[in-house]
Design a protein around this ligand. Structure first.
Ligand SMILES: [Mn+2]
Length: 330
């Protein structure tokens, strides 16, 4: 039970206290996921309760359909909209993750769990051992017995399940599950939430998935599998980058595949996602070589460079890592 709780809880609430009476913008990363959405909403409720004036900032890339229900009853603002005095950033390992508008900002507060641990805010609450940013916030709330509105408990719970593969990842600790239980205790039912998050997919997504499955290429004795999506795939299916969320997990579940990847080329941006089941492969370190980051088993990077400029270097790095790390004993 050692190290169960995050020790900087008092520092966190002291920092929030300093935002009293201020207009505070809260932003997550672009291509927002359950964890960024959940922590955004939970932090909003904490700050509101502590008498500051928080604003939820809509990510540049919009909100995916399956997360829209979390924002019901909340007002969303454009980055330039309110006269924000201070910024809070959640679930972002690098200052460019919230998007172009935010790159030059010096946020007051950062809450995150990515590697390498970021320090770009004035007050950084960064715990790479946390399975989700939502876990950090849920723990702070639990430790202080802070009142949680149902909407925030629900958002935190969704963030927790989505960032842990429904409690299956290596990052899950017993305390992660205890915090999940604490959130359920606020009057939530897991099944309807799972249905909203996972089982309301638009049909276009499966047209894109079909193209993704057909694009797979295997490398390194079939230990490495990559899929590719390009502008024309999105155009022809009416999809955006959001619709490919979770695709990279499919090749990871193929027997013998130790690293899966997805290369997306969309409107001049190239997004590379990497996944594994083996923390020892340290995909976060490989992503860092390309100015990205993430977690040991889930990492990636964004670039405006053409894939041809980094592809060989990336392939070599992945293949070397596969050779250097012995395969898993299950
Ligand atoms: Mn996260």
């Amino acid at each position: 039970m050692e190290d169960e709780h995050f020790e900087d809880v008092e520092a966190f609430f002291n920092a929030c206290q300093q935002l009293r009476g201020k207009r505070v913008g809260i932003v997550g990363h672009t291509q927002i996921d359950g964890d960024a959405a959940g922590s955004q909403i939970a932090l909003f409720e904490i700050l509101k309760n502590m008498a500051s004036m928080p604003f939820l900032i809509e990510p540049e890339t919009g909100i995916p359909d399956n997360l829209k229900f979390l924002y019901e009853g909340y007002e969303l603002h454009r980055p330039s909209d309110p006269s924000v005095e201070e910024w809070c950033v959640v679930d972002c390992g690098t200052p460019n993750r919230p998007g172009k508008f935010f790159e030059a900002l010096h946020p007051f507060l950062l809450i995150d769990h990515h590697l390498p641990p970021a320090t770009f805010a004035l007050h950084n609450f960064v715990h790479p051992r946390a399975a989700a940013t939502c876990e950090i916030l849920a723990d702070y709330l639990y430790q202080k017995n802070f009142p949680i509105p149902r909407s925030a408990a629900r958002a935190l719970y969704v963030g927790l399940i989505m960032d842990t593969g429904n409690y299956t990842y290596d990052s899950v600790r017993a305390s992660t599950l205890r915090l999940g239980a604490y959130l359920l205790d606020q009057g939530l039912r897991p099944q309807p939430l799972a249905t909203l998050v996972y089982n309301q997919e638009p049909r276009r997504k499966f047209s894109l998935l079909e193209r993704f499955l057909k694009s797979w290429k295997f490398y390194a004795d079939e230990q490495l599998c990559f899929g590719f999506l390009q502008d024309q795939d999105y155009r022809n299916t009416g999809c955006t980058l959001e619709d490919a969320q979770g695709f990279v997990d499919y090749p990871r579940s193929v027997c013998g595949v130790r690293i899966s990847g997805l290369l997306q080329e969309y409107e001049g941006i190239c997004k590379i996602s990497l996944r594994s089941h083996e923390p020892a492969l340290r995909l976060d370190q490989i992503a860092q070589r390309f100015q990205g980051g993430g977690h040991t088993c889930a990492a990636g990077f964004l670039t405006t460079a053409a894939p041809s400029s980094f592809w060989d270097e990336l392939m070599n790095a992945l293949q070397e890592r596969l050779k250097a790390v012995e395969g898993p004993s299950l």
